[in-house]
Ligand binder design. Structure first.
Ligand code: 13P
Ligand code: SF4
Length: 352
């Protein structure tokens, strides 16, 4: 839908007034009305890498969700202030692993006698506390664009991986990219005693997957893939690796949001695509390629509600407040958490 022209003008004016003092980052799942004001757009990896690209900017306005803003705070200098236009923009997947639950899990692994063999690998979509846990225990962060390299690195450091918090990305990467079998993976359920696993199961597993998932991608099913193949003969099915294993196994292409955009840019005119990811991105890709047929993988699945909380009114309020000298919605990670979380994030940034 077209943005309110008055709000567009206000955002433009406030951003111009701030000039080089503000740097606006936008994740690919953001609304069109917001993404038009981003200085850089990207997937989670690109945004983490580029967060520190403008050390002279006093404010980094992060149009995305809370864990992304935390990561930007960790990776930038102390005098740069990271701002999230709506503090309620969280991520249901990140909320599925709390620091207490993960500490308890580590105790379970210790009891089973395997903690010394386990390397934690945490998806970017996790709180700063979980990233700090990961750094403390010699592990790395990964995103959907480097999960394979992160897992390969981790298996050079130890025999087992504890993958947090997205079971699907963990399983898909282990099976699809590392050639492991489904039997090498077990699922640790933080709501059950001992994760719902016996010590024997933990000892024989290679991948210990945390029982978390993305509520948006979790809704695509094998039926979605079969239906679209019947409806559109010759369609290419392209999905995000946060989808369930059976969906990823049935797809033709799998990758991060940046990969999805690049794949469509490189696709020949007349080709047909069904995309399984968040709707703002699918719509934008469809609009950018009128010469190709681009459809949403499942017509009943929709937006990420927390990504969508960042809308033009929130962005206008944020930019106008900053332009008037009022710092709002700062995201700040405490020093100790930052220290260990940074170790884990820097291991990711250093992956080959
Ligand atoms: P990427 O942009 O890294 O593919 O991540 C998708 C996502 O779900 C972010 O929340
Ligand atoms: Fe979290 Fe899924 Fe939304 Fe990404 S799309 S922010 S993983 S709920």
């Amino acid at each position: 839908s077209p943005s309110d022209p008055d709000l567009v003008e206000r955002a433009r004016t406030a951003k111009a007034k701030l000039g080089d003092r503000v740097f606006v980052l936008g994740h690919h799942y953001q609304r069109d009305e917001v993404i038009q004001f981003a200085d850089v757009t990207g997937d989670s990896f690109k945004l983490a890498r580029d967060a520190a690209a403008r050390p002279e900017a006093e404010y980094i306005v992060f149009c995305g969700v809370h864990f992304m803003a935390e990561s930007a705070d960790i990776l930038t200098s102390d005098d740069q202030k990271v701002v999230l236009p709506d503090l309620a923009a969280g991520c249901s997947m990140a909320d599925m692993a709390t620091a207490e639950q993960v500490a308890e899990c580590w105790d379970v692994l210790t009891e089973a006698g395997i903690a010394g063999q386990v390397v934690p690998v945490s998806y970017m979509n996790s709180s700063a506390d979980i990233k700090a846990f990961t750094g403390r225990h010699g592990g790395t962060i990964c995103t959907s664009s480097n999960a394979q390299r992160a897992l390969e690195w981790a298996f050079e450091q130890g025999e087992k991986v504890l993958f947090l918090p997205d079971q699907h990305l963990g399983r898909n990467t282990a099976v699809r990219d590392l050639g492991m079998s489904l039997d090498d993976c077990v699922v640790y359920n933080p709501h059950k005693p001992n994760g719902g696993l016996t010590a024997e199961q933990l000892r024989s597993a290679k991948m210990i997957l945390w029982r978390g998932h993305c509520s948006v991608h979790g809704r695509f099913s094998l039926d979605s893939v079969e239906d679209v193949r019947n409806r559109i003969p010759g369609v290419n099915v392209l999905v995000h690796p946060e989808c369930k294993h059976e969906v990823v196994a049935a797809a033709d292409y799998v990758g991060s949001t940046e990969y999805i955009i690049k794949t469509l840019d490189a696709a020949p005119a007349g080709s047909k695509w069904a995309i399984g990811t968040e709707l703002n991105l699918v719509r934008r890709v469809a609009n950018a390629h009128p010469d190709k047929e681009v459809v949403f993988l499942d017509r009943t699945v929709c937006f990420c509600s927390t990504m969508n909380r960042i809308d033009l009114p929130h962005l206008v309020w944020t930019l106008e407040s900053l332009a008037e000298g009022t710092l709002v919605n700062r995201i700040r990670v405490d020093e100790e958490t930052e220290h260990y979380a940074k170790l884990a994030l820097e291991r990711m940034l250093a992956l080959p």
